[in-house]
Write a protein that binds this ligand. Structure first.
Ligand code: ZN
Length: 148
């Protein structure tokens, strides 16, 4: 995918979400990575099951997923299982054949972002910088994945 296409998707997600931060971008990139692995171009045939801490900034991921896949809480194609663990795991399932891609955000990335974003007084400019840094990070460095 062209860099400019990813940028357009990130801007679209920002419009839905109201601001731009690294976890929003992670939601976008996770969705693109899953769709690539499942060989679908959009979320028509998908359901998404996210498992993460129900707290910002982690939940920003959910809007990245909603903006990119059109699987939303409203159409019930996105569900959230809350967890107390710092693990962030999102399962993308094809409705017609049950094929799925499970994407997990690497622990070192969660730790890195938690470090960079603490204290939460981080400026909007710094947050945007961090978001674009994540946008340019290769998928393999961000995620582990399993397909079945
Ligand atoms: Zn956010």
């Amino acid at each position: 995918m062209e860099k400019s296409e990813i940028a357009a998707l990130i801007e679209n997600a920002e419009k839905l979400h109201g601001h731009l931060g690294p976890f929003l971008v992670i939601g976008v990139k996770m969705s693109l990575f899953a769709m690539k692995n499942l060989k679908v171009k959009n979320g028509d045939n998908l359901v998404v099951k996210a498992k993460l801490r129900a707290k910002t900034p982690y939940t920003c991921i959910l809007d990245g997923i909603q903006a990119t896949t059109s699987c939303t809480f409203g159409n019930r194609k996105l569900s959230l299982e809350e967890t107390d663990s710092s693990e962030i795991i999102v399962k993308f399932v094809l409705k017609n054949n049950g094929k799925q891609a499970t994407i997990q955000l690497r622990k070192e990335i969660v730790e890195y972002l938690n470090r960079e974003m603490r204290p939460l007084k981080i400026s909007d400019l710094e947050l945007r910088k961090l978001a674009w840094e994540i946008a340019e990070t290769p998928e393999e460095k961000l995620f582990t994945f399993e397909t079945q």
